[in-house]
Design a protein around this ligand. Structure first.
Ligand code: UCC
Ligand code: FAD
Length: 603
């Protein structure tokens, strides 16, 4: 009674138990959703080749790349501003592993596949599937790659536009951004944020552009957040000063510029930089693998892209791509941590059973799984639409283009929030181990938090969804509801009555959303602005419900797919209508909310 047959606590012995750690499996072959999704959409003639490549790449991730990604977190970038003799050199020091990520990205064609379009409209799906596998193991290298993709998209559009004169520099930059040759491959920055504003770029930007005799410009300004400060080039915004010294104000006063950070024609003889000083690197909660800096532009030579005064509109093309990548990262990090947690549930024993045999733990994982499926399906739907608009002769139908425009901000804002919640749940699923730095797990939570901030915050993207609706005079909404109705009908036909109840819930939610829109439209635009976030959540949940049901109605779907869809549809799919009925957007409520929030600041 209470005696031990042998003393295991002796001298240096610390007990005989050690916990088996979670194992990373091939993230392609072990992600049933990704595999089945690609099988559902990609024609067999392409699928064989694509699957082969993704399986090989998944193996490489397990064998090497994931460890390199972890090293990027452990060997964070530093800035050396001065040399021993007092010269300003502004050198960003990055690890070998970080540099190797660039080479891997090039060789694997992680950007190139999207532009070579070898697999027609499915090229984007292939490219983004690779990105999906790479992201959580890339040591945040997927951030510069997202900006590479965004910049390539803008430059491709500009160089294809016959109304804009072809600029050889832009053609060369596009070639480098989409190259598979590591010695030629370039990364790009996206410098939009200044001290005065990251959301309200129009008010925040005071960088000035002075025209030079050779047609180029010199920039003077201060860029407050620049990720991947080691980039080869950047797209940035500035205001062109006219001959009288006048500076155009507002959004339409902004023009888009292209610059090379180390342009051979304009290099500082000591730092090698093109009129740029790196003032400091940001000390951040997460994304610590990534050098994010503050840049002083002092005579940086840059070249106008497109027409003057159309900077915001042009850079929106970049935002579309980076927002898609943000969604993809959200979904990928959710799925990756979940895969680790699933494995851990088979290894960790508590109260005499493995975690996998505790139904409450399984339910926790299943709810997280459901969220990750929705995030995945939303992200890949946007990718699918992007591929159609880029690589089909018609450029897609009006409905497909409208959906791409509206679902991009919705998907980014919703999946980012899901990723933060999932990362928190994910860490908890490992108990105390999830909180320990040397497990590598806390990185998931730290890095997830940025997803809802950069590339447009949740509120700003909710307002972008309203912008898309207003700009199209409501047409994108018509397309949205038309797609919901028609595609739900297809699901109903295919599923032969099996998904009747969740389908009915989506129809009801879509009806509630329509009613909400017509009721608020009679109350003026203020109501819609206050409701913007709930409205965006409603559209997203309804659209994700459609996607989950479509996947569940596919001929090779599993009962788990149907169950996940039913689980998703049993939540409040239209919180805007629920809140509206509760009076949440009334003037009285808005005034009281103001008091709730700010009364404490009164003396
Ligand atoms: O955070 C950043 C980089 C982080 C690192 C990269 C991570 C990548 C993901 C990685 C995953 C691992 S870069 C900074 C990101 N910044 C933002 O996202 C800015 C947030 N603010 C906004 O989005 C605002 O809504 C603005 C700046 C776009 C709004 O500006 P304005 O001045 O109010 O704009 P307007 O006047 O409404 O729009 C100007 C024009 C209009 O076209 P026209 O001239 O034809 O009427 C708009 O319709 O731009 C058009 N436009 C758009 N077009 C505006 N937004 C869009 C859009 N989203 N799509 C298409
Ligand atoms: P603010 O605009 O001041 O927002 C503050 C709050 O106000 C937010 O909660 C926002 O949702 C809310 N808000 C704003 N407007 C409204 C509104 N109209 N209605 C309701 N609510 C509103 N930028 C770049 O250009 N390039 C980069 O490479 C880059 N890298 C970054 C890297 C990191 C790690 C981080 C954290 C940021 C980076 N950014 C970069 C900046 C980022 O894009 C901005 O921080 C972001 O867009 C938000 O802008 P802000 O910081 O000015 O916040």
């Amino acid at each position: 009674n209470g005696t031990h047959s042998r003393n295991i606590y002796q001298h240096s012995k610390c007990g005989s138990f050690t916990q088996d750690q979670p194992k990373l499996y091939n993230p392609y072959t072990h992600d049933g959703l990704l595999k089945s999704y690609l099988k559902r959409f990609i024609p067999q003639k392409h699928l064989v080749e694509i699957e082969h490549d993704l399986t090989r790449f998944g193996d490489a991730i397990v064998a090497n790349i994931d460890h390199m990604g972890r090293s990027c977190e452990l060997k964070q970038p530093t800035l050396t501003q001065f040399d021993a003799w007092g010269n300003r050199i502004d050198r960003v020091n990055t690890s070998e592993e970080w540099k190797n990520m660039k080479a891997i990205a090039a060789t694997e064609g992680i950007i190139a596949h999207g532009y070579e379009r070898k697999y027609d409209e499915w090229s984007r799906m292939y490219q983004m599937a690779k990105m999906f596998l790479f992201s959580p193991s890339s040591g945040m290298y997927s951030c510069p790659l997202a900006m590479v993709d965004g910049a390539a998209k803008v430059l491709e559009s500009c160089t294809l536009d016959s109304t804009v004169p072809t600029d050889d520099r832009l053609v060369k930059a596009f070639r480098c951004l989409t190259s598979k040759d590591p010695s030629e491959f370039w990364t790009s920055g996206q410098w939009m944020t200044e001290k005065g504003g990251g959301s309200d770029v129009a008010s925040g930007t005071d960088t000035l552009a002075y025209r030079q005799d050779d047609g180029s410009f010199k920039l003077q300004g201060y860029k407050w957040f620049t990720s991947a400060t080691d980039a080869d080039m950047a797209l940035t915004l500035a205001r062109i000063v006219d001959e009288q010294g006048n500076v155009p104000p507002g959004s339409t006063g902004l023009s888009l510029f292209y610059l090379e950070t180390r342009d051979p024609d304009y290099q500082d003889p000591v730092s090698g930089l093109n009129g740029i000083q790196i003032q400091r690197l940001k000390d951040k909660l997460g994304t610590r693998q990534l050098p994010t800096g503050e840049l002083l532009l002092d005579g940086t030579v840059a070249h106008l892209v497109g027409q003057p005064s159309s900077g915001v509109k042009l850079i929106s093309g970049m935002l579309t791509l980076t927002r898609i990548h943000n969604s993809l990262w959200s979904a990928a990090s959710m799925r990756r941590l979940l895969l680790l947690s699933k494995d851990y549930a088979t290894k960790r024993k508590v109260f005499d059973s493995y975690l996998k045999d505790h139904p409450l733990h399984v339910q926790t994982l299943a709810r997280w799984d459901m969220e990750s499926r929705a995030a995945f399906l939303l992200s890949f739907e946007v990718v699918r639409l992007l591929g159609i608009t880029e690589a089909t002769p018609s450029g897609g139908s009006d409905e497909e283009r409208d959906l791409l425009r509206i679902v991009t901000p919705l998907c980014k804002l919703y999946t980012a929030k899901q990723a933060v919640a999932a990362a928190s749940e994910g860490l908890e699923s490992f108990g105390g181990a999830g909180y320990l730095e040397d497990t590598g797990l806390p990185t998931f939570l730290r890095d997830a938090q940025v997803l809802s901030i950069w590339e447009g915050t949740t509120n700003v993207l909710s307002l972008d969804a309203l912008r898309a609706i207003a700009k199209s005079k409501g047409q994108v909404l018509n397309s949205f509801f038309a797609a919901i109705n028609r595609r739900l009908g297809d699901v109903s036909d295919k599923s032969k009555g099996q998904l009747r109840s969740p389908i009915a819930k989506v129809h009801i939610a879509a009806g509630d959303l329509r009613a909400f829109i017509s009721q608020t439209s009679t109350q003026g635009s203020d109501t819609m602005f206050v409701a913007a976030r709930d409205f965006s959540y409603s559209m997203t949940r309804i659209f994700a419900a459609l996607l989950m049901l479509e996947h569940a109605a596919w001929e090779y779907a599993t009962p788990a797919d149907a169950h996940a869809a039913a689980m998703w549809c049993s939540q409040d799919l239209c919180p805007a209508a629920t809140q509206f009925r509760a009076g949440a957007y009334s003037t009285t409520s808005t005034k009281l909310e103001y008091q709730m929030v700010f009364d404490d600041l009164k003396k």
